[in-house]
Design a protein around this ligand. Sequence first.
Ligand code: SF4
Length: 260
Amino acid sequence: MVATHTISRNDRNALSTIAAEAKSNLNSSEFTLLADKGYNNAREIEQCQLLNLKTIVARQELVNSNPKGTTKEYLVDQFKYNRRNDTYTCPAGQTLHTFGTWHTKKREDKISYQYKKYRTPKCKHCPVKHLCTGRAKGGREIERSQYAEAVELNNRNYKRNQKLYRTRQEINEHIFGTIKRKWGYNYTNLIGLEKVNGEWSLIMLSYNIKRSFNILEFDDLMQTLKKWKPKYRKAWRLRSNPTPNASITLPAFYELEIAA
Ligand code: SF4
C-alpha cells in the first residue's frame, strides 16, 4: 500500500488526490492508474491525466432515464465526435453543430462544469426521431463537457487494456478483504477526520509490515529494515520530549512506526 488517507466526501471526487499522493510517495513521474467505476468522474480523470498518469477507469453504464425518450441505439455514445470540425454525427448520419457557447451546469455537490450544446435542424423531419429523443418540440441535443477529451482518452485506454484492467481486483481487493474480514476493521474506533486518518494509517502500516513479512520472511525483512535509509527525520526528533539516545536504541521496527 503506497498511499492512504480517508476523506469525508464522496469517493467520486477522490481519485486525483490519492493519485497525487501515490505519485509523490513513489517518486514517479508517470504510472498507469486503474480504478473502478465508482471513481469515474470526468474532472478527476482530467486532473489525473494532467499529473501525467495514464488513466484506466471503468466506464459507467449509460442508461436511459426516460423510458419514453432515447432508446439504446441512440444513446450519446452512439454519436461520433469529429474533432476537426467540432461537430457530432448522429446514428442517422446527420451533423450536429454548436454555436460554441459554453454553458454552466450546477451539480448537487456544488461543483459546476461547463459544456457546449450540439443540435441539427434535420431532427424535425427525421423518421427515427421517436427513437432518438422524447422531446415533442425541438430535436435532439447533445452536450459536450469541458472534460470530454480526457474522458474519451480514458475510455479508449479502458477499451484497449481490458486484460490489464482485470488485474485491478487481484492487486488491491484482497488488501481490504484481509483488513476488514480477517482483522475485523469494519469500522473505525475514533471519530473525526484527523483521528480516523491516524487510525487508518496505523492499520495500513501494520498491513504493509505483515505483507512484507510474508513476502520476505523475518530475517530478510529485518536485514532490509536495518539497511533502510528513510528520507524523513529520525524518530526521536518527532517526540515532544526527546531522549538523546532514542534514535540509537530504538529497534528499526519501532522507528518506522513512530516516523510513519
Ligand atoms: S432525431 Fe436528429 S439526432 Fe436523432 S437520429 Fe434523427 S436527425 Fe439524428
